[in-house]
Ligand binder design. Structure first.
Ligand code: SF4
Length: 350
């Protein structure tokens, strides 16, 4: 049987394990600190833990379930992409991004994805399996160790890599609670963004968690007709229901909503789409909802025919939104020397 990663145990679960091993309860706190605060790479560096307890832990758990298979760095140092292998031979991607206000990591939540978005490489082979909380946490811990060697930390997490987070809800919430645990890594939930393609039950459930996360909706089209053409999930959840759930999330948490909008040439980038999107945002804003639109120059996928809008078109689109007093940014493009589209690096290394 495959051993679990000790990283996926919360404090209570670890205390139960330690008690089961006949050890004193305070040992759980010491081990938890090594795992989550000190980002220990090995059980043997846990210098205040006896050799016999370390051996017992090694018999039952692994520390790090991931190994770095490949790393691609953008020439300007702004972005690094990682391909990790998992204990069962599957692979996942994560991306480290440098910003003036602090660095972030884009984390995968599943191996593959079953949502079928037409512009995405992660979904081409469907879903293989969900990631555990420990496998998500390890993307963060391993990249921090690789990038900073103990001399720094990331300041934000975006759950927007491979997979639909609400399709793996319980593990994703456990990951977030572990990451934001004050006794552990202690990253404020305010610095965590969770992105969904629009699963209404997931949005409603998240609103009830009382976690001040930023919710990002992968919108990509301002109406159902167009959305259904590029996102099959739109057949299950009409846009008015998705937007109502997002509004409910704002009302519950007070957190500004982000709408992600990938700019695809000749598909969703004309002025009619811009005006329709502006109307959708303005309706929310008139009810006091804070909205931010993030325009994403499409990361083209080799296996797909969709192309990126040109810069002039994106700028024109942005101006229409700005004229409607909508808060809008254009996402920085990743270096072309790395396989920017989510899921592409994994596909190319099979
Ligand atoms: S965009 Fe996200 S939800 Fe859609 S297929 Fe890709 S990983 Fe899945």
């Amino acid at each position: 049987m495959q051993r679990r990663s000790i990283r996926e145990l919360d404090h209570r679960e670890l205390s139960d394990v330690i008690a089961g091993m006949g050890e004193k309860n305070y040992r759980a706190g010491q081990i938890y600190e090594w795992v989550h605060r000190k980002n220990a790479a090995d059980f043997d560096v846990m210098s205040n833990i006896s050799l016999s307890l370390r051996e017992k832990l090694k018999d039952e758990f692994i520390l790090d379930p991931l190994s770095i298979v490949k790393r691609q760095d953008a020439g300007d140092g702004s972005t690094s992409k990682f391909l990790f292998s998992l204990p069962d031979g599957e692979t996942i991607e994560s991306v480290w991004m440098h910003y003036r206000h602090g660095d972030s990591i884009c984390v995968s939540s599943q191996v593959g994805c079953r949502m079928g978005c037409k512009f995405c490489a992660s979904t081409i082979d469907g879903l293989s399996r969900d990631l555990t909380a420990g496998e998500m946490l390890s993307q963060v811990y391993d990249i921090e160790r690789e990038m900073y060697r103990g001399e720094g930390r990331i300041s934000g997490i975006i759950i927007m890599g491979m997979g639909e987070p609400f399709d793996n809800y319980d593990n994703v919430i456990k990951f977030i609670r572990l990451l934001s645990d004050e006794a552990g890594r202690n990253l404020s939930a305010r610095h965590i963004t969770i992105s969904t393609c629009g699963i209404v039950e997931g949005i409603n459930k998240l609103a009830a968690e009382e976690l001040p996360l930023t919710l990002a909706l992968s919108l990509h089209a301002p109406n159902d007709e167009l959305r259904k053409r590029i996102m099959p999930i739109a057949n299950a959840y009409p846009l008015d229901q998705v937007i109502a759930a997002c509004k409910g999330y704002f009302e519950k948490t007070g957190r500004r909503l982000t709408f992600e909008y990938s700019m695809m040439r000749g598909v969703n980038d004309d002025k009619h789409c811009a005006k329709e999107l502006a109307g959708l945002c303005r309706e929310l804003m008139s009810d006091g909802v804070l909205v931010h639109v993030n325009l994403i120059p499409l990361n083209e996928v080799r296996e797909r025919e969709l192309a990126r809008s040109d810069r002039e078109t994106i700028d024109r689109f942005k101006i229409i939104l700005e004229k409607n007093r909508i808060n809008v940014t254009i996402r920085r493009e990743m270096g072309s020397e790395i396989d920017a589209a989510c899921g592409q690096l994994r596909r190319d290394n099979r």
